[in-house]
Design a protein around this ligand. Structure first.
Ligand code: DAV
Length: 366
């Protein structure tokens, strides 16, 4: 019997990882939680249905390229089992015309030591996404006697979980920013809701972004579920669409973190890093002015890199400024052509979920 699952952060030596798959990905219909994060001028407004086949194929080629690069470097790669998302889905509380994808595993799976937990996502279309990972979870469960296979309390996602007409008017960017600053998001506090990609793991400390996909009650739930950890709620008032922390605040190795210069990390949140001699460096500007077509994410996927160990980091091949900055920071950047996968839910970090990194749960902020 072997130990298969272990990971406490995003930078210790990576040995085993899950890389998502783009098959059957659907652009979901609008629902209370999703319309809010599609910019008003996006060509995705008001459209839904299966993504064009050739884009799915290209995304899968990008994901396969990443998998191959990882395998060539001795990292074991597992893949989810795709599900036909182009079908209606229902629970006793809601019905949606389709699911979404199994592309960004980072949104769904949170690895905490020997535990992998499926999250409590706020989008109804993502309610069943965890099922694509269940065959892998079952396999780890059979092979690793210490593996803790778990699932956060499933939110009901009734109408009480959302503020209705939250974005009914075409609100301006300034108003969006004001709402971020005031911690006023589309989700209510009816029940804990969180995406795993809002959780930044640094050993004993979890920095969790409060935004469109994770609420305050989730922070309270984390405090009670992980009493040995320190839970920090973070918020970036410069982000008009705060969803997921991994294009905003990205650790590269112990003591070094790159920070999105547009999203205005509050002084208050900076303190704990500076008091513990962490260096917070503004990330290099993205190489692109626009995200690719039909993409939910921002150009800041440039900083959504996958750290392999304290020296090596995979960076998207066209992100010339980010590649260059990595070298200046003493890292060895490994370019992988990955932009074709962006529209399917994110970059290199989003597209993966940790299974095994060497190392223990360290206390970086004592
Ligand atoms: O900045 O657009 C991208 C993260 C997607 N999982 C952003 C966040």
């Amino acid at each position: 019997m072997t130990k298969i699952v272990n990971s406490w952060n995003d930078f210790d030596p990576l040995k085993h990882v899950i890389v998502g798959k783009a098959d059957f990905t659907v652009i979901p219909d609008e629902e209370p939680a999703t319309s809010e994060k599609v910019p008003v001028d996006s060509e995705m407004r008001g459209m839904w249905g299966p993504r064009p086949t050739e884009t799915v194929e290209k995304a899968n080629e990008a994901l396969d390229r990443l998998a191959k690069e990882l395998e060539n470097r001795g990292v074991k790669v597992d893949r989810p089992t795709p599900i036909q998302w182009n079908q209606a889905m229902m629970t006793p509380d809601f019905r949606v015309p389709s699911g979404q994808t199994q592309m960004p595993p980072r949104d769904i799976l949170l690895t905490m030591g020997n535990e992998i937990m499926a999250s409590a996502n706020s989008f109804r279309c993502r309610y069943f996404e965890y099922l694509a990972y269940w065959p892998l979870m079952n396999q780890y469960f059979e092979e690793d006697p210490e593996f803790k296979w778990s699932q956060a309390p499933r939110p009901r996602l009734t109408d009480k979980s959302y503020k209705h007409n939250y974005y009914d008017e075409q609100i301006t960017l300034e108003e969006r920013l004001e709402r971020t600053a005031n911690l006023d998001f589309v989700t209510t506090e009816a029940e804990p809701m969180w995406d795993a990609a809002d959780v930044l793991r640094l050993g004993k400390d979890l920095f969790i972004q409060h935004g469109l996909t994770t609420n305050r009650k989730a922070m309270e739930w984390f405090k009670r579920y992980y009493p040995e950890h320190r839970i920090h709620a973070v918020n970036f008032p410069g982000d008009p669409y705060p969803i997921h922390i991994d294009a905003t605040f990205v650790p590269l190795r112990p003591g070094l973190i790159i920070n999105n210069p547009e999203r205005r990390l509050p002084e208050e949140q900076r303190k704990i890093f500076e008091a513990n001699d962490w260096q917070i460096v503004d990330a290099a500007p993205p190489a692109h002015k626009e995200p690719p077509p039909l993409c939910y994410s921002s150009v800041w996927l440039s900083m959504n890199c996958l750290v392999l160990d304290h020296k090596n980091v995979i960076v998207e091949a066209s992100e010339v400024h980010q590649l260059e900055q990595m070298e200046k920071l003493g890292m060895n950047p490994i370019p992988v052509d990955f932009r074709d996968a962006y529209a399917f839910g994110g970059g290199l970090h989003c597209a993966t979920a940790d299974v095994y990194r060497e190392g223990d749960c360290e206390d970086y902020f004592s």
